[in-house]
Write a protein of this length. Sequence first.
Length: 115
Amino acid sequence: QVQLVESGGGLVQPGGSLRLSCAASGSISNIYAMGWYRQAPGKQRELVATITSDSSTNYADSVKGRFTISRDNVKNTVYLQMNSLKPKDTAVYYCNGLVGVTLYWGQGTQVTVSS
């Protein structure tokens, strides 16, 4: 079992920045990849960024150049640095972790970009 807890969401003005954190606990040594997804009201959940155990990263086209995913293996935490935020980035952001064929999810954190 893996538990994931997100934090760092909030209200920010367009052009601002936020850093989301996802703290993992439990059987974390078996986590191969972790990622961030988001879901806006009325829309499907979509990929934002992923990072593997060897720190290979992948980003959605919509966030490339603005968002950066990283991981701290000592703190068992994955981060999502979000810069140049836009109103269309408003969503609930979810962290996930892949262990074997099982995908674990956190509870989500709300990000609202508005003036």
